[in-house]
Design a protein around this ligand. Structure first.
Ligand code: HEM
Length: 538
């Protein structure tokens, strides 16, 4: 008889049970581990998966939204922002554009991720200029030449706040000439943009290279300006340029050869005759006399820097030509356009012109007690300074700023902005945003004269620190010419308001429509009639 004690049964069964138990535990552990791996993997995947591109319209294959693009691109993009939100992505041909339309997102791009977004998205026309990439405007921000050129341009002898003081004499001379020209034209129809263009150009060329061969340079610079203002398909459809449909690029090559030659003549003249004369006269780097009508200009400073061969300041001839081209192009059309917009707004709102005139007269004095506006009066002209700020708010010269190109992918507003895309900041829309501005479309200089707690809260200066108002840009690529532009704008306008009254020709209406080229200009020139004011100087 088989002994069947419970113990025996237990003994008999134990190995099998053990095996089953072990398998069960192992299986459970394996399952748990697999589940843990899956969860961890998923979490990691979620962590590393980039957020999506910003929303935006789909557009057509290959062409994107190109066929539907309104020529006033800033207005078109503002409309898309109203539908899709403050950060959008659009394909324009092959190019992926990310457009930012709010102060907080502009801050992310221009301040918080400043280094990532400090490169320019270089236009095909700029690439075609032989010195296009050797200057400042299109150079990659990390490149040593960009740092060196910015250092020189913003140096204490050049375009810095103290540097511009050295050219007071030059500005005075040009503004006096402007007053004389206006006096010759009283009671006649005057193209205001044309009237102020000359003095702005003369001041710039004087500061940059002493003004020699002015007319020759102007002819080419105007061509280059036109070229940058034209939409170039090879920027967005590179295939076209490979097939030879280059349009703007072909023209750029032609024009730039002439410009290059002209710079060569100017440099040659300086290094042979005038340069020797200047060094023989014993000028040195520290010389900074605001009464000197011919202080050392940028060309001179750059030639001397090149000659010193300091490894920390490596400058080549092409950098000199590139920087001169950049500064004259970037400074001329912006400053003269803002002057035209200022007069346009004052003619449209005569009460603002009257207030500005009263202020100038109060500060400068009348005919008997004063010999006219001097630059030393400018800081006291609070209303006029506010008026210029308001003009810059409503009429940003580059409504989408200069295009940026991220050096690596970044997350902005919770969306991915891919490396190499073209990033645009719609400053035109931001500076008209009702969330930041009371009655945003009204021309109201007083908004910049806020006193009390309102003034303490905001920072309406040109530093680019408050991303609701940054007409000269923000961050490392902020405009290097802002002190010169500001000084010239205020001084020239104050002088013109002190000496003359300005009105539209009898029976004519003001046309304020705009045209977007390299800068946002009036579509039609401003025609005005200056008349002599009772208190007339100059
Ligand atoms: C009212 C006149 C002017 C306005 C409204 C203006 C506005 C601007 C703006 C918005 C930018 C882009 C900044 C950014 O990307 O953050 C810029 C860049 C620049 N501006 Fe001006 N500007 C004016 C006058 C001038 C003048 C007089 C000069 C030269 C003398 C100048 C030279 C430049 C240059 C070279 C750049 C490119 C800087 C870089 O990329 O590093 N601008 N300007």
């Amino acid at each position: 008889m088989e002994a069947t004690s419970p113990a025996g049964t237990l003994l008999d069964l134990r190995p099998t049970r053990c095996l089953n138990g072990l398998m069960l535990v192992t299986a459970t552990l394996a399952l748990l581990m697999a589940a843990a791996c899956y969860v961890r993997g998923k979490a990691k995947q979620q962590k590393t998966a980039a957020p999506p591109l910003p929303p935006g319209p789909l557009g057509l294959p290959l062409l994107g939204i190109l066929p539907f693009l309104n020529p006033d691109i800033h207005v078109h993009f503002a409309g898309l922002a109203a539908v899709y939100g403050p950060i959008i992505s659009v394909r324009v041909g092959r190019k992926l554009c990310i457009v930012v339309t709010s102060p907080s997102l502009a801050k992310e791009v221009l301040k918080e991720h400043d280094a990532t977004f400090a490169n320019r998205d270089v236009l095909a026309a700029a690439l075609a200029l032989p010195n296009g990439l050797h200057g400042m405007g299109w150079a990659p921000h990390g490149a040593p030449r960009w740092r060196v050129l910015r250092k020189i341009a913003m140096g204490r002898d050049m375009l810095s706040q103290t540097g511009v003081e050295r050219f007071r004499g030059l500005r005075r001379e040009e503004v006096r000439r402007l007053l004389a020209r206006t006096r010759d034209a009283v009671n006649t129809r005057v193209d205001f943009g044309e009237l102020v263009f000359g003095p702005v150009y003369n001041v710039l060329t004087g500061v940059l290279w002493g003004g020699s061969r002015r007319e020759e340079v102007l002819k080419v610079v105007e061509d280059v300006y036109e070229m940058f203002g034209k939409a170039d398909l090879s920027d967005v459809l590179p295939l076209l340029s490979r097939l030879g449909f280059q349009g703007v690029v072909r023209k750029a090559k032609k024009v730039s050869a002439i410009l290059d030659q002209t710079w060569e003549y100017i440099i040659h003249e300086r290094t042979t005759t005038q340069y020797l004369a200047i060094t023989a006269a014993g000028r040195n780097d520290d010389e900074s006399d605001i009464h000197d009508h011919k202080p050392k200009d940028l060309l001179q400073i750059m030639l001397e820097t090149m000659e010193k061969k300091d490894p920390k300041m490596p400058i080549k001839r092409e950098n000199i030509k590139g920087l001169l081209t950049d500064l004259v192009l970037a400074g001329l059309f912006t400053t003269s356009t803002i002057m035209e917009w200022a007069m346009t707004e004052m003619v449209q709102h005569p009460e603002t012109m009257r207030k500005a005139q009263e202020e100038v007269e109060r500060v400068v004095g009348n005919k008997e007690s004063s010999s006219g506006v001097e630059e030393s009066h400018v800081p006291e002209l609070h209303y006029l300074n506010a008026l210029i700020k308001e003009v810059l708010r409503l009429h940003p010269t580059t409504p989408l700023m200069l295009p940026r190109r991220p050096s690596q992918s970044a997350v902005v507003g919770g969306y991915t902005v891919p490396k190499g895309s073209c990033v645009l900041v719609n400053i035109w829309a931001i500076e008209r945003d009702p969330e930041s501005w009371d009655r945003p479309l009204e021309f109201d200089p007083e908004r910049f004269l806020a006193t009390g707690p309102a003034a303490a809260k905001c920072c309406w200066d040109y530093s680019g620190n408050d991303l609701r108002y940054f007409p000269y840009g923000s961050g490392r690529r902020i405009c290097p010419g802002m002190y010169l532009a500001d000084r010239l704008l205020c001084y020239a306008l104050a002088s013109l308001l002190h000496s003359f009254d300005w009105r539209l020709p009898q029976g004519e209406k003001l046309d304020v429509s705009t045209k977007l080229g390299a800068v946002l200009k009036k579509a039609k020139p401003l025609i005005v009639v200056p008349t002599l004011k009772q208190t007339q100087y100059g």
